[in-house]
Design a protein around this ligand. Structure first.
Ligand SMILES: Cc1cc2nc3c(=O)[nH]c(=O)nc-3n(C[C@H](O)[C@H](O)[C@H](O)COP(=O)(O)OP(=O)(O)OC[C@H]3O[C@@H](n4cnc5c(N)ncnc54)[C@H](O)[C@@H]3O)c2cc1C
Length: 122
């Protein structure tokens, strides 16, 4: 979530001073320019300025903008170099464990862990 037009990061402190109270209570204050490409930010600001002519006040310095942030690989299973987890006998590999991000990596990861298991059996 970011306070529009000022182009600076919204913090909890700045949000407390803002006259507009967030409607989305779960939203985390942040900096949308780190989420959206520059061109998108410019377009949003242009849109707000245009809308302001129809609904004066919408381009206010205190208007809050919300952005959705999706992290696909944020949860990573902690494994050692043999892909062993802290649970004895349980290994985590592939995309599901965020160890890999593609077919070739996942395939190589499978071979690697198979070799590791074999070496411990012999
Ligand atoms: C649409 C799409 C296009 C892609 N294109 C490319 C590409 O062009 N090039 C590239 O390198 N990568 C591509 N990828 C990524 C690639 O598919 C994955 O990186 C790769 O398949 C990961 O392999 P994996 O073995 O880790 O997981 P997966 O291939 O997802 O295998 C996991 C397996 O576990 C099974 N499973 C899940 N839960 C359970 C359970 N509870 N019990 C038993 N089995 C279970 C699933 O059915 C699945 O068969 C693409 C992915 C998608 C979705």
């Amino acid at each position: 979530m970011e306070i529009s037009q000022r182009g600076r990061r919204t913090t909890e402190e700045r949000l407390c001073r803002n006259n507009i109270i967030p409607t989305l209570k779960d939203a985390v204050p942040g900096d949308l320019s780190l989420v959206f490409p520059h061109r998108i930010m410019v377009d949003i600001k242009e849109m707000l300025l245009a809308l302001d002519k129809v609904t004066p006040g919408i381009a206010s310095d205190e208007t809050l903008l919300y952005g959705v942030e999706v992290k696909f690989y944020s949860n990573k299973v902690v494994v050692n170099s043999d892909f062993e987890t802290s649970v004895l006998g349980l290994r985590a590999i592939g995309d599901g464990a965020s160890v890999t991000r593609g077919l070739q990596q996942a395939s190589a990861n499978g071979i690697s862990v198979a070799r590791s298991i074999l070496s411990k059996l012999i």
